[in-house]
Write a protein that binds this ligand. Sequence first.
Ligand code: UDP
Length: 243
Amino acid sequence: MKAYFDKIYKGTYKEFVQKISESLDREKKEFIVTANPETFMIGDSNPAFDSILRADHTTIVPDGIGVVKAANMLGIPLKDRITGVELCQDLLRLLDNKSKRLYLFGAREEVGQALLKKIKGTYPNIEILGYTDGYVQEKERAMEEIVKKEPDVILVALGIPHQELLIDKYYERASKGIFLGVGGSFDVLSGMKKRAPRIFIKCNMEWLYRIVSEPKRIGRFYKSNVRFIKKVRLLQRGTGHED
Ligand code: UDP
């Protein structure tokens, strides 16, 4: 897991958006993974996801506060959180300013349609190439077709690690595009699900809001976060048996 921390993006949020803006201008491909403790724990136990996290062609950004705090404990100071929701909003703004092309893949059909409506109303210059609902049977075929359309930004909302594994399978073939796995961000951006109130975000307690509003997450949260903290402590003591 130490390798993930070494690789994680260490600049500010603003610098990251600037980097992506330049990649859009130059039509340079990007594969961004937004990381929270669960992301790193999955990487530790799933070899395919582990190679995605380690690959040169992926950029890991610190989404969850747990990742930022753990990095600090390991002496890797991170300047900002870079959350999937905010990144989506900035990507949409950039696409609108640059009149570029977007494809959306994932979430329930009604969520996707609500999001499309919002994007059309707010960002009239974005060329929307299409939306594919996240529950189609043949996700690989869908992704193959999406890549062929050559969007400038492809947002994939299928949850981790499925979205990253799917992106990785077709990334090589894409001639351009910013690929971003966004988990549940479509639910929030569409307005179908509320993001935590500002005060929770400001106090770095957004995770608590998510658990309270969706108690079914408790098991998943507890399992990955407790294991994550244990692992980070081992790394801190230099006994993490890591490379
Ligand atoms: N999802 C999907 N197809 C699936 C499974 C999930 O489109 O087969 C969507 C789901 O509707 C939700 C997102 O993937 O919008 C996952 O959300 P979650 O909050 O669990 O993701 P996380 O950010 O925790 O990975």
